[in-house]
Design a protein around this ligand. Structure first.
Ligand code: NAP
Ligand code: 8YV
Length: 327
């Protein structure tokens, strides 16, 4: 009691990573958010952990099982992002702790950026911008680019986002093939056995699988060799899916023509070798970074966390949780 009135404390939520303001503001309205206390003040966290009712994370967040095991009252881990490779989902499922993510609401944006990177590397848009700004135009034209319309696109991963990319590529008159572990028989695109075979027949190889151990270095030196000196690699998935050292070597030696990269192995650090390569376009993991989509992600991530805390049905639990809890 303070001054005769009862002060009710808000439930405690742990932010496992820096949160987008849209998500953070929604959380602040109902909960007390502890921003990475497990990392910044382990002593305070030891006292706080038994009270934490939920974990708010992002697609880039690392949420190890050792952290989850310290949270006996946690009712949900809500990821602001569709990828959740940093969350130890196996331990969460073992603990009976649901994990949710934000599928679908960001697919259009990620596909838009993938196409943007295809156009940027093929048509040298970033390089051309620098060319004009540096006053080099009067000295002669920029070297010719690579035609995008009608080119061959290979898509590694054909889920929600892969399909959104394919639809856009179709509008550019591109031929589309893809590789996944299981054939998507309902789709009008040709399935290819593996990434190496797909690379061999692609002008633009677009990577859009989940990250994590199962896809680590799926794109390796052999795949890049198969892509060849006129092929471009686009990665909007996770940095871990591409062997970054092999990619740098392939770019340095001209084994491939160029690359458009939104994700990196050790974000936000990007290997300096890539900074000066004219055939490379680099973006800072921003494929879902529009006001509209970040609001939709925040709304869904918040709705999931609230549902988890209040014991309601979760909106979008991750597939591992659904598989472990069939209705
Ligand atoms: P999704 O619907 O689950 O699709 C994933 C696809 O990857 C499926 O077609 C799956 O098919 C395939 N796949 C999984 N493992 C594979 C493997 N080893 N080899 C080949 N294909 C494999 O997911 P989504 O919504 O499209 O999102 C995909 C990923 O995009 C996310 O997990 C995240 O990592 C990334 N992402 C990045 C950004 C960004 O900002 N750059 C934004 C959003 C998402 P099979 O299971 O049949 O193999
Ligand atoms: C976000 C992402 O950048 O959804 C994903 O998997 O990687 C991106 O949409 C991220 O989750 C926001 O931090």
């Amino acid at each position: 009691m303070i001054g005769g009135s009862l002060v009710l404390s808000k439930p405690d939520v742990l932010a496992a990573a820096p949160l987008h303001p849209f998500f953070r503001q929604a959380l602040d309205s109902l909960y007390t958010v502890h921003d990475r206390t497990h990392q910044t003040d382990p002593q305070a966290f030891a006292a706080l952990a038994p009270r934490i009712v939920a974990v708010a994370a992002t697609g880039e967040a690392i949420v190890p099982g050792s952290l989850l095991r310290q949270l006996p009252q946690a009712k949900v881990v809500s990821v602001f992002g569709v990828g959740y490779d940093g969350v130890d989902v196996a331990t969460a499922v073992e603990l009976g702790l649901p994990v949710t993510h934000t599928p679908g609401v960001l697919s259009d944006d990620v596909a838009d950026l993938a196409m943007g990177l295809v156009l940027a590397v093929g048509r040298q848009i970033a390089l051309a911008d620098q060319f004009v700004r540096a006053g080099r135009w009067p000295q002669g034209p920029l070297a010719l680019g690579r035609k995008v319309s009608g080119a061959r696109m290979g898509i590694v991963g054909m889920g929600r986002i892969g399909q959104a990319i394919a639809r856009r590529a179709q509008a550019f008159g591109m031929s589309i093939a893809y590789t996944t572990r299981t054939v998507k028989a309902d789709l009008p695109y040709r399935h290819v056995a593996d990434a190496t075979a797909l690379a061999r027949e692609s002008d633009f190889l677009v990577v859009i699988t989940p990250g994590g151990a199962a896809t680590r270095h799926l794109i390796n030196a052999q795949v890049l060799q198969a892509l060849g000196p006129s092929g471009f690699l686009i990665n909007v998935a996770r940095g871990s899916v591409v062997d970054e050292q092999a990619l740098i070597e392939a770019l340095q030696k001209g084994t491939i023509a160029g690359a458009g990269l939104d994700v990196f192995a050790d974000e936000p650090r990007v290997p300096e070798a890539l900074w000066t390569m004219p055939q490379v376009v680099l973006t800072p993991h921003m494929a879902s970074a529009t006001t509209q989509t970040r609001q939709a992600m925040a709304d869904l991530a918040f709705a999931n966390i609230r549902a988890g805390i209040e014991g309601q049905s979760l909106l979008t639990p991750v597939p591992e949780w659904v598989a472990a809890h069939p209705r």
